[in-house]
Each structure stands twice: as C-alpha cells, then as structure tokens.
Design a protein around this ligand. Structure first.
Ligand code: SF4
Length: 264
C-alpha cells in the first residue's frame, strides 16, 4: 500500500504541476466508439497519471504520468472531429478518462474549449483524486465540462482505503464542489463482491446520495478481472485473484438497496 507521505505528495496539485508539460497532455490511448462512458457514442480519451492504486484497476499502465505520449490539445481535437457525425447522431460527445484526468487539468481545459466551440458534449470520468483547485481553475473547468462521471469506491473509510489506497475525503470534496456549482454528474460504483457490496455499505451509499441535487444517475458497474492481464504484463501481483466477478443479480440487489436511477 502507498505510504501516507507518498500519497499526500502524489495528491498535491503542486506535485503534478511540477511534472506537467506545457502545451500538451500525456495521453495513454483513445477509443473512437465508446458506449459506456456517458451518453451516446463517445470519443473516449485515456490520460496518463494516477496517484490511486485501486485493487481492480483495469488500466494500471496509466499510473505513471509520463508512460504515454505527449499530444497538444489541437492534435487530439483533429482526431475527434473525424467522428463528429457518429457523436451528433447518437447524442454523444467526448469523454476524458484515465488514469485520473484531473491531474492534467490545464490540458483538459484547453481541449474542452475546442470541443465547446464545436458544440461537442464534454464529459470527465474522475475519482476526484486531486487537492483542491483554485476557484478560478475550478470555474474554468466547470465552464467547459457538461457532465462529470464521479467514481465512488466505498463510503466506509477503511474499505475505501483498502480498495484504492487513499481517503474518501478527496472524492467527497470534489462531490461537494459539483453540488455547490450545480454541475450535472453521474455517480459510478464498481461493485466488488465481498468488499464493498454489503447491505451496510450500500445503505451508507444511499444516505450519501439522498440529499444530492445535481446527481442525474447512479451506475453500478460489475467488478470483473478483465484488466488482470495488464497487471501480469507489468509484473504486479493481481490483488483480487480470489474475488469472483459481480453478476447481474448482484447489480440488481445493489440497485434495489440504493434506489435505481435518479434523473433530473
Ligand atoms: S482511480 Fe481509476 S485509474 Fe486510478 S487506480 Fe483507481 S481505477 Fe485505476
């Protein structure tokens, strides 16, 4: 598990700002026909860099910031434009995922400005794993982002810590900022049998969700071991090798406890 000292350093925006490269973003890959990360058909861009170490991470190869390739925002936008007809016909757009995309917030803002000018719907898939941004930066980010997908790993501090190696406070702080700004978002919860799927944990999630005003949707994603081969390729022991995949029955049970979908 990552040490507290290293974690605090990794979560510090200043730390990442020292490592960022001006004029571009560290990109892992992209998917031109994404159907799972926001509404419609989407161009999904995966950025490098994440201070988290989730037990079920499907993209451990995104963890180091500079493991990918540096692209200027306009070069990525050129690729996006090619797929505009699919996006527009399906009510889709662009989603930036990772890694933790908020670590490269300046690139995100530059890239989304181009998308906004072209009236392309923009979305960020994040666990909110950053120290607070300045009000100005947050304002700029919210201005160019139509929708957030906020990943909730667990509510109980010890379970959250066990799953991803960091505290829920970071995610909760970002959730509060979304609420304060009345910014639309979906919550996403990877259901891991035997770890974060107890009735007690799901009732805590229900209590968290109940007063939220800008949450448009709650998605339960079934845990599966599809990313395991990447851990093996990186020679990192896969921590959930004895955990079964979540089934549709598990998902239905969780939806029943928390309440299915909350759309504004
Ligand atoms: S926050 Fe996302 S990218 Fe980072 S370790 Fe967790 S699952 Fe992987």
């Amino acid at each position: 598990m990552i040490s507290k000292k290293k974690l605090l350093r990794a979560l510090s925006t200043k730390h990442w700002e020292r490592h960022k490269s001006p004029g571009g973003g560290w990109v892992h890959s992209w998917d031109t026909f994404g159907t799972h990360d926001g509404p419609g058909i989407r161009f999904v861009l995966f950025l490098q860099g994440c201070p988290g170490r989730c037990l079920y991470c499907q993209n451990p190869d995104t963890w180091p910031l500079k493991g990918g390739k540096l692209f200027p925002a306009d070069k990525i936008f050129e690729k996006v434009k090619f797929f505009l007809p699919y996006m527009q016909a399906s009510g889709g757009g662009v989603t930036v995922s990772g890694g933790e995309p908020l670590l490269q917030v300046d690139f995100l803002i530059d890239f989304f400005k181009l998308c906004c000018r072209a009236k392309i719907h923009t979305c960020i898939d994040t666990a909110g794993l950053v120290k607070s941004f300045s009000k100005e930066k947050l304002f700029k980010l919210f201005k160019v982002t139509d929708l957030f997908l906020l990943d909730i790993k667990a509510i109980t501090p010890s379970i959250h810590q066990k799953i991803c190696g960091f505290s829920f406070n970071q995610t909760e702080e970002f959730l509060n900022q979304l609420e304060q700004a009345k910014k639309p978002y979906w919550l996403r919860y990877v259901l891991v049998p035997g770890i974060n799927d107890s009735a007690v944990e799901l009732k805590k999630l229900k209590a968290l969700v109940k007063p939220l005003q800008s949450c448009q949707n709650i998605e339960f994603l079934p845990y599966h071991a599809l990313g395991k081969h990447k851990w093996e390729a990186l020679k990192i022991p896969y921590p959930l090798k004895n955990t079964r995949s979540a089934t549709q029955k598990d998902i239905s049970r969780a939806q029943g406890i928390v309440g299915l979908v909350k759309k504004n």
